[in-house]
Design a protein around this ligand. Structure first.
Ligand code: ASP
Ligand code: MG
Length: 436
């Protein structure tokens, strides 16, 4: 079970989480830092990096006051409270010690690791106060990345098994998300938001029956509730469907974070801490055939079309076009081709001007702004019939700039004008999910 920053963001929320994690025996629980903490630690590092000791100390003091308040609200037994306050004091003195030495990336990584160390120690103390037989395992003892920054799954599996074996008598295990060691044994991390990754890696390593990601996001819905009435929560998704939706802001789960679970064939359940009794969304390798799961939209898209008769029967044309985008580190999201033209969509227009200038070498270029990608996700295997025509039919009164189908088995996308988004979403919802 992994709980994100907001889910452990206050003493009260920690207490709620404590109830949830005690429901199942032998749970392995991964916690993020309390919300805002990692950002404060980044800020402290930035001050240290620019030799602003006062700035660093001020932020450290502020954060310490906040943590003392949290701890006082969390713990009531004097002995446990005193211990935890002492721990907090040591932690913040440790942070202060960085103001006295040269600062580098290595020190920054150590500082960033303290957020998860704080939250897991607090939760463990609270659970102990509640009489739970809990063990705090340090992620630094088993989470490791190799020299390419990729998780070392073999090492992780071996070491977590060792740790669990050393504590077979415990009823519950708590550990830190996000933090790890690198090949040199130094403290490192799995990048911002990396706690999900920890959960997925550990779930795969211990062959968990299920990986639960608890967030404060109110479930994944089959449509945008602000635009379409009567949306329903999505109860089941294939890993690939979840990956298609990730681009559309369903950032509950980053596809790379989920890979270990997908490969180990362990289902991932996304749950809401504020509504713990709701069944959530189960993401697995099972697909429900013949079902459309969701419609999602993304604004601020720019379409670029390049037309050239030189493209006809030529080879290497697309490569040259793609190289231009690559040279400006701009990724292409949607693409459609004909024999004499290519249309592409981008969402990062930082280098639009330069890209257009360079493309003009190869053909006539047209740009459309304020566009929107609408994506229909579900069982869109090409051998199925019906869904593509129903989706197309829904767009019959809307000017469609591009259509992309067949790129994967799970998606059909339309590029339309942003102003037509509402109508398109409502119409798709009606055609694909029935009368609203
Ligand atoms: N605390 C880390 C961050 O804020 C990791 C996480 O929350 O997943 O990025
Ligand atoms: Mg997160």
């Amino acid at each position: 079970m992994k709980f994100g920053g907001t889910s452990v963001g206050s003493a009260q929320r920690m207490k709620n989480v404590a109830k949830l994690i005690c429901d199942n025996p032998k749970n392995l629980v991964v916690l993020s830092a309390m919300s805002g903490t990692t950002n404060s630690l980044v800020e402290i590092s930035a001050y240290l990096n620019s030799h602003n000791t006062d700035g660093a100390n001020e932020t450290i003091n502020q954060l310490e006051r906040l943590y003392r308040k949290h701890v006082n609200e969390l713990i009531s037994k004097k002995e446990i409270l005193d211990d935890l306050l002492r721990f907090i004091k040591d932690e913040f003195n440790y942070l202060r010690s960085f103001t006295k030495h040269p600062f580098s990336l290595r020190e920054e990584k150590i500082i960033l690791a303290q957020g998860e160390i704080l939250s897991t120690n607090m939760m463990t103390a609270y659970l102990k106060e509640q009489g739970v037989n809990v063990v705090l395992l340090s992620a630094l003892d088993f989470m490791r990345i190799d020299k390419n920054g990729e998780p070392d799954s073999i090492y992780i599996k071996e070491k977590i098994e060792e740790q669990l074996k050393a504590h077979t008598d415990a009823d519950l295990y708590i550990t830190q998300g996000f933090i790890c060691r690198n090949t040199y044994g130094e403290i490192d991390n799995l990048q911002r938001g990396g706690s999900d990754y920890t959960a997925s890696l550990l779930g795969a390593a211990v062959q968990a029956s299920e990986i639960q990601i608890w967030t404060d996001i109110d479930g994944m819905h089959n449509n945008d509730p602000r635009i379409v009435e009567h949306t329903t929560a999505i109860r089941q998704l294939h890993f690939n469907e979840a990956a298609e939706l990730a681009y559309f802001g369903a950032k509950v789960l980053h596809p790379t974070c989920i890979q270990p679970a997908k490969f180990a064939n362990i289902p991932v359940r996304v749950l809401n801490t504020m509504q713990p009794e709701a069944p959530g969304t189960l993401i697995s390798n099972e697909s429900e055939s013949g079902i459309i799961k969701a419609v999602a939209a993304k604004d601020n898209i720019t379409a670029i079309k390049i037309k050239s008769s030189r493209m006809l029967l030529a080879h290497g044309f697309l490569r040259r076009v793609f190289e231009i985008f690559e040279s400006y580190q701009t990724s292409i999201d949607m693409i459609c081709t004909s024999e004499v033209g290519v249309s592409m969509s981008i969402d990062n227009t930082t280098h639009l001007q330069e890209i257009v200038e360079d493309l003009k070498k190869y053909g006539t270029v047209t740009v459309d702004h304020d566009m929107c990608i609408i994506c229909v996700v579900g069982d869109m295997d090409w051998e199925n019939i019906g869904f593509e025509s129903r989706a197309m039919d829904a767009m019959k009164n809307i000017p469609v700039r591009m259509v992309s189908y067949g790129g994967s088995n799970y998606n059909i996308s339309f590029l339309i004008r942003e102003v037509d988004k509402k109508e398109a979403l409502r119409s798709l919802s009606k055609n694909l999910f029935g009368e609203q």
